[in-house]
Design a protein around this ligand. Structure first.
Ligand code: CTP
Length: 225
């Protein structure tokens, strides 16, 4: 799974929401707290892995920043640039950030949009799919794990589609309730069709520990491990 199976992986984690500015005071955002990505970064660092956390505009922060290389982003574009620069120096990517799918076409960056009795229409354009476009930068020895936020019954089937379409090694299927929650009831889907679950609804810290156990297990099973 990693280039040198016996060496410690360098882990890159993204966390938190993005904010796409509408003007100098307003933005298009989402309710992601960043807690999942932060728990993953803390677990990674606890295991002695060199860890970089790309953290969006979130109120959570690593308690001991000396252990985790912390870089901040606000917009999808800022995250795109950080990923482009950081990914080549890492072995494993855990893409937990809740990246906006749309952003305003025009931003009134320097002012404040005025109240108007006519109301306001916003023109939005799609953002690039950062995970899907990382494919071009990813070497065969690197491992990419995404997160899928999905509603209801199609959770697993839609997560599998994202696993394929974004060319990921694995994906974590999360129900919508995971966003901004203390706990998680997630399923890890692998490329070979395997699906793995931790027991029931657990804290994000316990999930992070469970996930790294799975990653280390997969790593030890892979050729040369
Ligand atoms: N993602 C990304 N770039 C985007 C949107 C999402 O890299 N512009 C990543 C997320 O970080 C996550 C994965 O893609 O790891 C799946 O995100 P999700 O929001 O579940 O799905 P989308 O691809 O955005 O599709 P949809 O919102 O239509 O379900």
């Amino acid at each position: 799974m990693f280039a040198e199976q016996n060496s410690q992986p360098k882990v890159l984690i993204t966390a938190g929401p993005t904010q796409e500015p509408l003007d100098s005071v307003r933005y298009l955002g989402n309710r992601s707290s960043g807690r999942m990505g932060l728990s993953l970064a803390e677990e990674s660092s606890k295991r002695g892995f060199q860890t970089t956390l790309l953290l969006g505009p979130s109120t959570v922060c690593p308690p001991d920043p000396s252990q985790i290389h912390l870089l901040r982003f606000r917009t999808t574009e800022e995250l795109r640039i950080l990923l482009r620069d950081q990914w080549p120096n890492h072995d494993l990517l855990l893409m937990a950030a809740a990246v906006s799918d749309f952003r305003p076409v025009q931003q009134s960056q320097t002012g404040k949009i005025r109240r108007s009795e006519q109301g306001l229409r916003l023109d939005l354009e799609p953002t690039p799919d950062l995970l899907a476009s990382l494919g071009e930068l990813t070497r065969p020895d690197q491992t990419v794990i995404g997160f899928a936020l999905e509603a209801g019954e199609s959770l697993i089937s839609n997560a599998r589609k994202k696993l394929e379409s974004k060319h990921l090694d694995a994906i974590i299927a999360n129900p919508l309730q995971t966003l901004d929650s203390e706990t998680v009831q997630a399923t890890l889907l692998l490329r070979d069709g395997t699906s793995l679950n931790p027991e029931g609804e657990i804290s994000k810290q316990r999930f992070a520990s469970w996930l790294f156990d799975q990653i280390e297990h997969i790593r030890s099973q892979s050729p040369g491990g």
